[in-house]
Design a protein around this ligand. Structure first.
Ligand code: DQA
Length: 147
C-alpha cells in the first residue's frame, strides 16, 4: 500500500483566517479531509504534518519512510536550502504545491529553491493544488510499481 506524507509549512495552520483573498477559505483540516478522501478512494495511506519550524520539517523529511511526499513549504519555498537538501536526499517521488500562483505575486516569491529537486510543482489552484498534487504523486508511485 502506498504511504503518502503531506507536509504543510509555516503559517498554513492559519488557513481560512489568513488572507483568504489569496489563500482561500479552506482551513488546513478541510484540506486534509479532502486529501484523506482522495487517498482512501485510491487505497493509499496518508499522514499529515504541519510545522512552523524549518529544522522540524528537515527532521520530518529525513526520517520519513513513505512512498512519496506532497509538500507546501510555504515561505520556506523561497529561502530554505536546508529543506531543499533534505528533499534532494530522498529517492522517492516528491510534489511541491502552492495554493496561490507564486509566479503572479511579488518578485521574491517567483524563485522556488525547492522546485529543482522535486518531481514537479503545482501552483495557483487553491485547495485543488493539493488534490491535483496528490493525484500526480499517486500516479507516479503506481507507475514505478508497474514499471
Ligand atoms: C504559499 C506561497 C508562499 O509564497 C507563501 O509564503 C505561503 C503560501 C502558497 O501556498 O501559495 O505561505 O506556499
Amino acid at each position: 500500500m502506498s504511504k503518502i506524507l503531506v507536509i504543510h509549512g509555516p503559517n498554513l495552520d492559519l488557513l481560512g483566517k489568513r488572507e483568504p483573498n489569496i489563500y482561500g477559505e479552506y482551513t488546513i483540516d478541510a484540506i486534509n479531509e479532502l486529501l484523506k478522501e482522495a487517498a482512501d478512494s485510491a487505497g493509499a495511506e496518508i499522514e499529515f504534518y504541519q510545522s512552523n519550524h524549518e529544522g522540524d520539517i528537515v527532521d520530518k523529511i529525513g526520517s520519513a519512510s513513505h512512498s512519496g511526499i506532497l509538500i507546501n513549504p510555504a515561505a520556506y519555498t523561497h529561502t530554505s536550502v536546508a529543506i531543499r537538501d533534505a528533499l534532494s536526499a530522498k529517492k522517492i517521488p516528491l510534489v511541491e504545491v502552492h495554493l496561490s500562483n507564486i509566479y503572479g505575486r511579488e518578485e521574491f516569491r517567483h524563485k522556488s529553491l525547492i522546485a529543482p529537486v522535486v518531481t514537479g510543482q503545482i501552483s495557483g489552484f487553491g485547495k485543488d493544488s493539493y488534490v491535483l498534487g496528490l493525484k500526480a504523486l499517486l500516479d507516479m508511485i503506481d507507475g514505478q510499481k508497474n514499471g
